[in-house]
Design a protein around this ligand. Sequence first.
Ligand SMILES: [Fe+2]
Ligand SMILES: [Fe+2]
Length: 131
Amino acid sequence: MALMTWTAAEFGTNVGFADDQHKTIFDMVNKLHDTAATGNRSEIGKQLDALIDYVVMHFKSEETEMQKKGYADFAAHKAEHDKLVGVCADLQKKFHAGEAEVNQDTTRFVRDWLVNHIPKVDKLYGPCLSA
Ligand SMILES: [Fe+2]
Ligand SMILES: [Fe+2]
């Protein structure tokens, strides 16, 4: 069973690019979650790098749109992004140095962050970004 399932009711922001990117992120997390169970380190590393690259791109997309539209909560929203990127960059560095592992606790952590952030933080930009 997939770790995460995107539904419009739970995660829809009413902003097309954001919903599309969120769906892709869910797919990538699900894939990494399955791969994490195999212990195949080189494949885990590849998927981890791809996921982090994609999430960084996604955050930039949201931030660019929020700034373009003069979104009032931009700074607080970006601060949440920056915090996660910091945690991920640290884990990525340690993983590739052989100092940390990526397992299903890691993918559950990412899921928990997303299922909190998207409904509680991303959804708030819906009215502004879709206007
Ligand atoms: Fe998002
Ligand atoms: Fe966000």
